[in-house]
Design a protein around this ligand. Sequence first.
Ligand code: HEM
Length: 503
Amino acid sequence: MQRWSGLGRRLSQLAACPSEVVRPYQEVPGPRPLPIIGNTWRFLPVVGDIEVSDVAAVSQKLYDVYGKIVRLSGLTGRPDLVFVFDPDEAEKVYRAEGDTPYRPSMPCIVKYKTEVRKEFFGELPGVIGVHGEPWRTFRTRVQKPILQPRVVKQYIAPIQTVTELFIERMLEMKDENDEMPDDFDNEVHKWSLECIGRIALDVRLGCLDRNLPNNSEPQKIIDAAKFALRKIAILELKAPYWRYFPTTTWRKYIENMDYFRSVCMKYIQMALENLKKKDNKQELSLLERILETEKDPKIACILALDLILVGIDTISMAVCSVLYQLATRPEEQQKMHEELVRIMPDPNCQLTSEMLDKMVYLKSFIKEVLRMYSTVIGIGRVLQEDTVLCGYRIPSGTQLVFPSIVMGSIEGYVSEPHRFLPERWMKCDRDNHYIHPFASLPYGFGARMCLGRRFADLEMQILLAKLIRTYRIEYFHEPLEYKVTFMYAPDGNLKLKMSKRKE
Ligand code: HEM
């Protein structure tokens, strides 16, 4: 089962959870809930000791204090959370989860799909917030084209066009010190919206255009995406009163989702018309492939909506994180630049899949950022049968969390875990550095693994290749702290300095 080096394996066995005696669930260590008020108070402002934004630090603290398995019980209105910090145990759970893994999901989306707009979503409401057979049927029907390398490659040129436009915008945005504006992360969001529009809806939404009027469609899409980013975390983590009565934020959320849905439906109708006129059915886009095989265009609309819902923040936050790390690591940036000069002697060349295949250091750099600063802080699963984990019998129905942000840096599973070392992912260095294959899973694992991962990788690779081949980016302000809003990313103004390289 182990595919990593002998040394790493030995270390892991030394550190393994004791498994000879199976102990009852009640004995799983963790902070003790107070009578009646349980553990929820810990998340309350003023009296509590856990801020949502500190969740990553808290996960680390739970591991340091209680060890490889920790139970957080007594959370009002929700089941216990069991944190598992052991890649071997994570592997065991993933491999046993069958073909309908259950990932606890955003309750806002579940309510929107299954109650508020039930007539629209019907029997096959997509993949986000959906479980069991309806999830499996939907995913099986759409996943082949999304994950097919041949289809993904078709998007190199369109994403490159969007990215070149974004870099032009960066040049226009620079201030007198050649630095990006305080709200640079918003601009990254617009780039990711434009990319996802091209992938899921076959259109250029126009989000990167200058001086957008307030009532223009791209501006409304940007506002809706911004709302989603800022407010969903509040709805889901801080103020769940909307579950009981329609709060203002909840009503705005529904308006927002309805707006996204109408935009998706509009462009899918257009794509359908274009498809009817198309003679060459060989080179179909992702959307056209779905429309060609599915009788009901609603399937394409629901898929587009799901991809938009999870494909904007994840990628934008990952990009902010990668850019910040590059800007603060000049040596590594130089190595990336040298690799790019070799592969792209002409900085203005059109990227090809062969060129991207050769960008080994660039890809390793992204992997290392995702290991040390995992954008998605943890992966959740609901156990579907009683399972022994770390020597405790965990009952079916328990919500497990595998905190990626901690697991990627546990001594014994990863060598020199606190060193930023892109080389650890490169074949040439495998003998010197080991990493347990389940220690860093930025896109999750198994049947429920990230559906957009190939596009996410492609978008990040194209952006870095185009940017770092020609420009140097630096950061000269106070170090930024990483925090969790919904994703884990540097918190504060990303005032990157951008200057043209000589070569
Ligand atoms: C760097 C960026 C991204 C990261 C780190 C990321 C990470 C993840 C993770 C950890 C999951 C859960 C996997 C599991 O439960 O095993 C997930 C699910 C998902 N992701 Fe991503 N993702 C990223 C970008 C994207 C993009 C760009 C898209 C869309 C184009 C996307 C679409 C999805 C979808 C649809 C799911 C749900 C899959 C399902 O439940 O069947 N993701 N992602």
